[in-house]
Design a protein around this ligand. Structure first.
Ligand code: 2AM
Length: 489
């Protein structure tokens, strides 16, 4: 068999199939393989019919078809299946060949696998692929990390199949794919993307909730609002699909959205983001609330009982509806800025902890198109990092500073009214609480340190002494003079 394939893709679920078709469209010869080999035949006879896609019925056959260095991309279920395939591939590949995992793997697994595969003389890439089935078929956002030496071999394929965006400032057309960093960096950035996606969705849902219950708006009226919002600074894929969802009617002509049970599912990447944030000591409060909101939604039976036990009052908010809608838009926008600022804080901390040299503007560009959080807003984030590549926090960028200031009054108005009316706005309000804490020069943590020193002799620093000097007070007169060793989290 003549080695003529550019890349192999293992895993013929819909993401794998669509990536293969996308690669084929861009002139690459792909060999397809799947554990259940009947799916290879099905694929060749149907979706891949008339293309130059090849099929393999064994890993040996697949390897024989590949040009060197061989590139093998796994699009299988995250977890054990990836480790099993890596083990099998190490038996049939050679040093210098490249194993790519395009699934939603936990970044810690990718760090471990990169080391392991490199220890065998091969190269490894763990890459985020975002954009769902449509993205995979016509242009996903691709976030690769792993062995830097593998990147030049994979770059032409990945950048060809990735979504493309036009830089609003330079006019250049750029692929939504670039090297992210070593080890698990690609999967970390993809995980953060998913966490931010949880946050964006929750923010939209809170806006919808206030409009529906607080303003008494119909689905059609809200459809018109989202349509309008999608022409401004909130323009994004998620606003766009919300617009369309609100217009969708069930068979009986009523809005389908009203028939859908209010219990949200989740697959775990939001949770991973929050777990990592705890380890990093970074407050990504908005994403955390978005994850917990899904958990609250899942407690449907208890909520039904609680609604009977604590009957909420009338949620109707008085006042000019158009003005309220504009206030809600501004509350959403300000909260979204906070969420992205928190997400970037997390990536910055992770990069430091893991030794990744992340390109923050590049990440915004990768997310600008192809993926679920794609938006005009990400173009503004890219512009902020273009202006100042080492920008410490998005909230210090002049554009976002002005935006937050312009929204502040509406943001407070919406949060306080929702609180008064008993409409839950965990994401809007945590964003505001974080903002107020972040810009507070003197927090009450002085008292907290006093409490810690009181009961645990944990010591404190003083405002009138240099940082790094620690003091202990014998608060009761009966405690000892010995301080416990300090720890900071
Ligand atoms: P299958 O068609 O043989 O089930 C999505 O589930 C993809 O991951 C499918 O291609 C599926 O292969 C593959 N997959 C899931 N678990 C697997 C495992 N343990 N080993 C190999 N492939 C697996």
């Amino acid at each position: 068999m003549e080695p003529r394939a550019d890349i192999a893709v293992i895993g013929l679920a819909v993401m794998g199939q669509n990536l293969i078709l996308n690669m084929n469209d861009h002139g690459f010869t792909v060999v397809a393989y799947n554990r259940t080999t009947s799916k290879v035949d099905d694929f060749l006879a149907n979706e891949a019919r008339g293309t130059r896609i090849l099929g393999a019925h064994s890993l040996a056959e697949m390897v024989a078809l590949l040009k060197k260095p061989r590139r093998v991309m796994l699009m299988v279920k995250a977890g054990a299946a990836v480790d099993e395939f890596i083990e099998q591939l190490l038996g049939v590949l050679e040093p210098g060949d490249i194993i790519i995992d395009g699934g939603n793997s936990l970044f810690e697994d990718t760090i471990r696998r990169t080391k392991y595969v490199e220890s065998k003389g091969l190269l490894y890439i763990g890459t985020g692929v975002s954009g769902g089935e449509e993205g995979a078929r016509h242009g996903p956002s691709i976030m690769p990390g792993g062995s830097p030496a593998a990147w030049p071999h994979v770059k032409p394929i990945f950048q060809a199949i990735a979504a493309k965006v036009t830089d609003p400032h330079t006019g250049a057309v750029e692929p939504c794919c670039d090297w992210v960093g070593e080890g698990g960096a690609g999967h970390y950035v993809k995980m953060t993307h998913n966490g931010i996606e949880y946050g964006d969705m929750q923010l939209i849902c809170e806006a919808y909730h206030i409009m529906k219950d607080g303003l008494g708006m119909t689905a059609d009226e809200m459809h018109a609002v989202f349509k309008e919002w999608n022409t401004g600074e909130l323009e994004s894929y998620l606003i766009e699909i919300t617009r369309d969802i609100l217009a969708k009617k069930d068979d009986d002509g009523t809005p389908l959205v009203d028939k859908i049970l209010d219990t949200a599912g989740q697959k775990g990447t939001g949770k991973w983001t929050v777990i990592s944030s705890q380890e990093m000591g970074i407050p990504i409060t908005l994403i955390a609330e978005a994850v917990y909101s899904r958990c609250v939604s899942a407690m449907k039976e208890q909520r039904v009982l609680a609604a009977k036990a604590y009957k909420p009052g009338n949620p109707r908010i008085a006042g000019d509806r158009a003005q309220w809608v504009e206030d809600i838009r501004k509350a959403l926008y300000a909260s979204k800025i906070i969420s992205y600022a928190q997400g970037y804080m997390l990536m910055r901390a992770a990069a430091k902890a893991h030794g990744w040299n992340l390109n923050y503007g590049g990440i915004a560009l990768m997310w600008r198109g192809g993926c679920i959080i794609r938006s005009r807003f990400l173009g503004d984030i890219k512009a902020a990092f273009d202006k100042k590549p080492n920008l410490e926090n998005l909230l210090f960028d002049p554009f976002f500073k002005k935006a937050i200031k312009g929204c502040a009054r509406s943001w407070r108005k919406v949060v306080s009214s929702a609180v008064k009316k008993g409409i839950p706005v965990p994401a809007f309000s945590t964003a505001l609480a974080f903002f107020d804490g972040f810009r507070c020069e003197r927090l009450p943590a002085n008292l907290l340190q006093a409490q810690r020193d009181y009961f645990g002799a944990h010591t404190y620093e003083r405002v009138d002494r240099p940082r790094g000097e620690f003091f202990h007070t014998n608060w009761t007169g009966t405690g000892g003079r010995v301080a416990s060793s300090t720890y900071t989290v």
